[in-house]
Design a protein around this ligand. Structure first.
Ligand SMILES: NC(=O)c1ccc[n+]([C@@H]2O[C@H](COP(=O)([O-])OP(=O)(O)OC[C@H]3O[C@@H](n4cnc5c(N)ncnc54)[C@H](O)[C@@H]3O)[C@@H](O)[C@H]2O)c1
Length: 251
């Protein structure tokens, strides 16, 4: 039997207690990775870790520098060197016209969607040396299209997209690959947060389908499969790429 593609590699995935991150955790574990689910939601994160072979949970608030350092130190001490980092944790408050945006809400988007991945990328640059490390940042098509009533989300994801490109330039000489995915609309708790008062899940999904030329929304596995590819050796010469996985929506 062929060796699983991520055999024994330690993969730290933020925001992996649910949604896209949880499906990445499942796919990475099935590919042989030792997955560390890092999330604020301890109950859901621990429950998922218990289902996956070789997986563990670590409570991490990605906006907190001290928690990043403590997480990375603990993993290096107790588990081993981190080989894969997926900056997946994200925050989106939809349906907020720009003129009504409070500064605190704007800053919360940047703290989770941009500061968090910055701290992760910086630690990866400091700590993943000579190990063919990989960072994957989960951005959004909002980074290039912009959502009218999602200015903070769109701008913070655009910052993450540029961070991805700069980190790839910085990491290349040490063999660190840094890429991004821009998922299309995928049914998760975050997407369902877009529902207008009285709207059902199905009505929301139906309203979003026309934006995707392939005529459907993404599944979490559509995104997780591409994440697995970009974090595997099959993508050994891909770095600095922001890949839209959106059924053609960004075209
Ligand atoms: N679902 C979509 O349609 C879609 C589309 C494009 C991009 N994305 C991006 O994909 C990523 C995952 O989205 P999702 O739909 O699975 O979201 P989700 O809201 O369903 O799950 C996000 C997870 O992140 C965790 N989290 C939030 N803040 C955190 C913090 N400060 N520290 C650690 N963990 C934190 C939450 O507890 C949760 O488990 C996000 O970055 C999101 O912006 C999602």
């Amino acid at each position: 039997m062929a060796t699983p593609e991520l055999e024994g590699r330690i993969a730290l995935i933020t925001g992996a207690a649910r949604g896209l991150g949880a499906q990445m955790a499942r796919r990475f574990a099935a590919a042989g990775a030792r997955v560390v689910i890092a999330d604020l939601d301890e109950a859901a994160g621990r429950a998922l870790a218990a289902e996956l072979p070789g997986a563990g949970f670590r409570r991490l608030d990605v906006t907190c520098e001290a928690e990043w350092l403590a997480t990375w130190d603990a993993l290096e001490r107790d588990v081993g060197p981190v080989r894969i980092l997926v900056n997946n944790a994200g925050f989106y408050r939809p349906n907020v016209p720009l003129e009504q945006m409070e500064l605190a809400l704007w800053q919360k988007h940047f703290a989770i969607n941009a500061d968090g991945p910055f701290l992760g990328c910086r630690e990866a640059l400091r700590r993943m040396k000579g190990c063919d490390g990989v960072v994957l940042n989960i951005a959004s098509t909002a980074a290039i299209n912009g959502f009218l009533n999602g200015a903070a989300y769109s701008a913070s994801k655009a910052a993450l997209a540029m961070l991805t490109r700069i980190a790839a330039k910085a990491g290349g000489p040490q063999g660190l690959r840094v890429n991004g995915i821009m998922p299309g609309a995928t049914p998760t708790d975050m997407l369902r947060g877009n529902k207008l008062p009285g709207q059902s899940d199905e009505e929301l999904y139906a309203s979003l389908r026309p934006y995707h030329p392939l005529g459907r929304l993404a599944t979490p596995d559509d995104i997780a499969g591409v994440a697995l590819f970009l974090c595997s050796d099959q993508a050994a010469f891909i770095s600095g790429v922001l890949l839209a996985v959106d059924g053609g929506a960004a075209a």
